[in-house]
Design a protein. Structure first.
Length: 499
């Protein structure tokens, strides 16, 4: 029998505990999940799992839970405590919701520490609860059998007909040769390698998608706690991999360089895979919606990104500051930052506040919904992405997919993402960035020709190509079925990206 794919989605649920909106990692992983689910044979071979800490293993969950959680994050952006999943725990009582709202007002560094403490406490309490529950069941086996039947019936009703019906389904249904696949960000788990090692002892293979090695290659752009956690995770998990995928040629090369610097040999080849072009609203799943906090269409230039030091929003702030010193304000487009406020930008946020948001020429649209994002893209004059370091560059390809010109950094994976259709600038050079941005502002006819070229020449990559590249490398039967159904084999095998 062909190998089953067991996809670990625990990181999405952990992320939703402390964030109201999905980041690029959650978006990218979710698109691959969806693409895999529609492959022929998925109902037979594909399963989603979460962690089961008390039993130190995994448990199967229905796709409905994954889909419901991501939909809430992407479309409405509620507080995590307000999210209700099919068959999941009901919302927290008002007192606990109040505590969670207070936690969300802390700085990212303090918030992470508080959440880690809360999760550790919750795990311990859950383990004690299971222990006392087991003792109680041993004393009153007849009553426990009655409740057991009721629980199983309720669970069966909540799950799809093809899904496993009890918590130990993973242990019963998985077998040697199956593949545990991680497409998200599991590095917050305190000992993820132990979980994986236990499954490899049982004969399962382990496949990992790597987004970037920023905490290891450039720790100055990350919180110290993340650097420590990520290093421990990567150095313990990398030797256990049977397959390693990377979201760009640049990331694959970075993994090889890091291994060489550490005097280590990769345990398996690192395979770059093509990355789908867009997601959410830009992919046509929701309509654009204009809200009061959005600027008027045609009046602004846009950067879509978490506001953090690595993304280099400070460069754009300085460019706009200079533009305002040299020309009338009404001749300059408004600068729009669209994204949540992240770490290492306290000084930048103070500068923005102290200049009264550049006298109104800088607008921050914090945590935009997917519908708002689409509206922002559609209404902008052009987009910018001057990041110092990226694993891929989804805002670049999304901008191009929507026919919008993009000025992007000339570093790491961004030339791959933008290809010949994005213009590049030096993210370390204020003069170069000022020149590139001023040229676009001063030449509306040239901008129109650039947009026309993008709309004519840009070739979007479907997420099915991403999924099929994974399956092809894993030599899974679903890949063969996909290749017969869709004539995209050359694209998948070449690892082609946006052109």
């Amino acid at each position: 029998m062909a190998a089953k794919l067991w996809i670990d989605v625990e990181d999405l649920f952990e992320y939703a505990r402390v964030n109201a909106r999905p980041s690029g990692i959650q978006r990218l992983a979710f698109e691959i999940y969806k693409a895999l689910r529609v492959r022929p044979g998925a109902s037979e071979y594909l399963r989603f799992v979460r962690h089961d800490p008390p039993r130190d293993t995994f448990r199967v969950i229905p796709w409905a839970e994954v889909d419901a959680l991501f939909t809430e994050l992407a479309e409405t952006g509620p507080e995590p405590s307000q999210i209700v999943l099919p068959g999941a725990i009901l919302p927290h009582p008002p007192a606990r919701q109040f505590v969670r709202k207070l936690v969300h007002r802390l700085s990212p560094a303090l918030r992470t520490l508080v959440i880690d403490a809360m999760l550790t406490q919750a795990t311990a309490l859950h383990a004690w609860g299971r222990l006392f529950g087991a003792l109680a069941r041993g004393l009153v086996s007849g009553l426990s059998g009655l409740f057991g039947k009721r629980n199983r019936a309720a669970q069966k009703q909540a799950l799809p007909a093809t899904a496993p019906e009890c918590r130990d389904a993973f242990d019963r249904a998985s077998s040697a040769g199956d593949i545990l696949l991680v497409l998200g960000s599991p590095w917050s788990h305190p000992d993820y390698a132990r979980l994986v090692r236990a499954q490899r002892v049982r004969g399962l293979k382990f496949a990992l998608l790597v987004y970037d090695l920023i905490p290891l290659r450039h720790p100055e752009w990350c919180e110290r706690g993340l650097v420590r956690i990520f290093r421990a995770w990567f150095e313990s998990i990398f030797p256990l991999c049977d397959h390693v995928f990377a979201i760009s040629q640049a990331t694959a090369a970075d993994i090889a360089r890091y291994a060489a610097d550490r005097g280590a040999q990769p345990t398996c080849p690192v395979t770059p895979i093509p990355i789908g072009t867009s997601f959410g609203a830009a992919a046509g799943s929701v309509p654009a919606i204009r809200t009061q906090r959005l600027p008027q269409p045609g009046s602004y230039a846009l950067i879509v990104s978490t506001i953090e030091a690595r993304k280099n929003h400070l460069l754009l702030f300085r460019v706009w500051r200079r533009l305002m010193e040299e020309r009338p304000a009404d001749s300059i487009p408004t600068l729009v930052f669209a994204g949540r406020i992240g770490w290492l930008v306290d000084d930048l946020m103070r500068q923005i506040a102290n200049t009264n948001n550049l006298n109104g020429k800088l607008v921050i649209v914090e945590n935009p919904t997917d519908a708002e994002l689409l509206s922002l893209y559609e209404g902008c004059q052009f987009t910018m992405f001057p990041s110092f370091f990226e694993g891929w560059g989804l805002p670049v390809t999304e901008s191009l997919a929507l026919g919008k010109a993009c000025l992007t950094s000339d570093r790491t994976s961004l030339p791959e993402a933008g290809g010949d259709l994005a213009r590049r600038l030096d993210p370390d050079n204020l003069q170069d960035a000022y020149r590139a941005i001023r040229e676009v502002i001063d030449d509306p006819a040239g901008l129109a020709r650039w947009e026309a070229q993008i709309k004519r020449d840009f070739k979007p990559i479907p997420w099915s190509a991403t999924a099929d590249a994974l399956l092809s490398t894993l030599k899974h039967p679903m890949a063969a079925a996909a290749e017969e159904e869709n004539d995209i084999t050359p694209l998948v095998r070449s690892g082609a990206g946006a052109r």
